[in-house]
Design a binder for this molecule. Structure first.
Ligand code: FES
Ligand SMILES: [Fe+2]
Length: 425
């Protein structure tokens, strides 16, 4: 049972919290590279785990992610002038480089060396897979760079989007590893969404789903089986990698999909959505569908990362479509169905009130694993999922004979192998 105390423990990620300290040990997707597309472009605000940050690209093309506010009197540097390798506060002209070091205080004589003493908190960053990742933990514990397959394939093989979600990261992430809901919530879209249709989608409509969870070095592999033909089982295998990455089992000839559920603060999160093909570029039709809010991606209000369909317009719920079995819950689109359902639990779900069943095993194990890791970090032990080898996994969907261990039989399919296509039915 998840007590209120444990719920707080798992959902709070601000500075100094146990879960916040755990998450700060990993490289974290902070913004998309094309939010700061060129040298000296406008800076953008980024909030990660309750820290208000600012990202900018300097004249040399270097990226900086640092405290949003000027060290002088606290003006937001979002108003700053991005010029000559630094960001200048428009109030009194203090200037900072990409490391947060103050390099000019116009009111003070250069000889005084005053500006050398001023430095904003800043975080190391790296661009990988069209994403700017930041590391917010102790410098001496910086882990190796991430090796997720989606981030390492050529750009043409990948599509990345992100959207804000008005709820805590944990309930969003729990949706990502709860394969049981697919047979209900997305039931009708499995037939209509062009990036989901296929034989697997038909089998997934079967509601008799049984879970088997295998703990791995980096997280968990969650196998869900449904009856296929006599003597055969249809397996959908989800990967969860510490602390907030999930990979959705693919359908038919469609590409692989995954998420990172990154806390913005305790009541909001960024849902990062990644689609990739291991061996070939995404087709124009696929890209078109995704850009128009298909698959796991959504349409956004221009200039923001807020979905067009959102809490304020009741997710444009269409009761007639629900009644006519065009959508199961009345909300259009797979991703927004998830978001709507997850946000409806409240900004932070009160888990002390829930009644869990066997199909919640993945969710239960993830909570146990996160708690254990956060406690271990307090004791000085390194958490799981730092080793990039643990990132090189894939989700898969496959049909196996009844009497075999899915984890053993699908080992190859569950490994990211260069030049080898995904396993999907
Ligand atoms: S507040 Fe930024 S220079 Fe004064
Ligand atoms: Fe879903």
């Amino acid at each position: 049972m998840t007590t209120r105390e444990l719920n707080d423990f798992l959902t709070q990620t601000g500075p100094g919290t146990p879960m916040g300290d755990l998450f700060r040990r990993y490289w974290i997707p902070a913004l998309m590279s094309d939010e700061i597309p060129e040298p000296d472009c406008p800076p953008v605000r980024v909030k990660v785990m309750s820290e208000r940050l600012l990202a900018f690209r300097d004249t040399e093309g270097r990226v900086g992610v640092m405290d949003e506010f000027c060290a002088h009197r606290g003006v937001s540097l979002w108003f700053g002038r991005n010029e000559e390798n630094g960001l200048r506060c428009p109030y009194h002209g203090w200037k900072y480089d990409v490391t947060g070091q103050c390099v000019e205080v116009p009111s003070e004589p250069v000889e005084s060396g005053f500006c050398k003493k001023i430095k904003l908190t800043s975080y190391p960053c790296v661009e990988l897979g069209d994403v700017v990742w930041i590391y917010m933990g102790p410098p001496e514990l910086t882990p190796p760079l991430p090796e997720f397959e989606w981030a390492r394939v050529p750009r043409s093989h990948r599509y990345v989007s992100k959207r804000t979600q008005d709820c805590n990261y944990l309930q969003a992430m729990e949706g990502g590893i709860d394969s049981a809901h697919v047979s209900f919530l997305h039931r009708h879209d499995l037939r209509s969404d062009p990036l989901h249709v296929g034989k697997g989608a038909e089998l997934t409509r079967g509601t008799d789903a049984r879970f088997e969870v295998v703990e791995t070095d980096g997280g968990m592999t969650i196998g869900v089986r449904r009856p296929a033909s006599p003597g055969q089982l249809y397996w959908r295998v989800t990967q969860w990698i510490m602390p907030f990455h999930s990979m959705i089992p693919p359908y038919g000839d469609n590409a692989l999909n995954g998420h990172a559920w990154v806390p913005i603060d305790d009541e909001n999160c960024m849902s990062w959505c990644f689609t990739h093909r291991p061996t070939r570029p995404l087709s124009d039709a696929e890209l078109d569908t995704m850009r128009n809010g298909g698959g796991i991606h959504v349409n956004l209000i221009p200039g923001t990362f807020r979905p067009v369909i959102n809490k304020d317009n009741d997710y444009l719920i269409d009761r007639a479509a629900q009644k006519a079995d065009k959508t199961y819950c009345g909300v259009k689109g797979i991703a927004m169905q998830d978001a709507a359902i997850q946000e409806s639990m409240g900004p932070i779900q009160d888990r002390s009130l829930e009644n869990l069943v066997s199909t919640d095993n993945g969710v239960i194990m993830a909570r146990v694993r996160l708690r254990k890791a956060a406690l271990a970090v307090r004791e000085g032990a390194p958490p799981d999922g730092l080793d990039p080898a643990t990132h090189k996994v894939r989700s898969a969907s496959l049909v196996l004979p009844e009497n075999v261990s899915f984890f053993e039989a699908a080992k190859g399919a569950l490994t990211a192998r260069e030049g080898v296509e995904q396993t999907s039915v």
